[in-house]
Design a protein around this ligand. Structure first.
Ligand SMILES: [Cu+2]
Ligand SMILES: [Zn+2]
Length: 195
């Protein structure tokens, strides 16, 4: 009889222990699953903000700009109509205010790091708004894409946060050297980047 009791106790002990172990493993697994779900949600549901550009300086330019933030990178995609064929500068300017007819209410280039105007990525410096140039087709349409890890949408870093800035398209090309803004001519389309 004693032997039976010991055997039963042992079994109870083993059962309790394995149950605790199983519970611990289950908790660990569910934490891992939650972390994985968070990662998947971040991948499937990136921050996306979309804006319609309005014509400025009596142009007929219209456009749509989409910013997507994904894995510490912001991708900008834009489409335009009503442009003259050829190269056009596109920048982020410092204020999300498109109220003036010439677009100058947006201020100068967004330059939170106090650098000279230049080509994006240049060793000599460049503004955080110095996206560069894109080319319009003979029918006046254009698409452009730009991506960088030097921007964010709504983060706490003022040298990266594009919210509160403006997108400006110019009549001419940015020569990437003239100060302070590349001598790109009139501002022909504008949108504020406001959430
Ligand atoms: Cu500009
Ligand atoms: Zn610039």
């Amino acid at each position: 009889m004693k032997k039976v009791q010991i055997t039963v106790l042992t079994l109870v002990f083993i059962a309790t222990f394995s149950c605790k172990q199983a519970k611990k493993e289950a908790t660990e697994t569910s934490v891992e699953v939650e972390e994985t779900i968070d990662q998947v949600v971040e991948t499937l549901d990136p921050e996306v903000i979309t804006f319609t550009m309005e014509p400025k300086s009596d142009s007929n330019v219209n456009g749509e700009v989409v910013f997507t933030e994904n894995s510490n990178e912001v991708i900008m995609r834009a489409t335009f109509t009503g442009l003259n064929e050829g190269e056009h500068a596109i920048h982020l300017h410092e204020k999300a205010d498109c109220s003036s007819p010439d677009g100058k209410s947006t201020g100068g280039h967004w330059n939170p790091t106090f650098q000279p105007h230049g080509e994006w990525g240049s060793d000599e410096g460049y503004h955080k708004g110095d996206i560069g140039n894109f080319t319009a087709n003979a029918d006046g349409t254009a698409t452009m894409e730009f991506s960088t890890d030097e921007w964010c949408i709504g983060c706490d870093d003022d040298t990266k946060n594009i919210l509160g800035k403006a997108v400006i398209v110019h009549q001419g090309a940015d020569d990437l050297t003239s100060q302070p803004s590349g001598a790109a001519g009139a501002r022909i389309a504008c949108t504020g980047i406001i959430q």
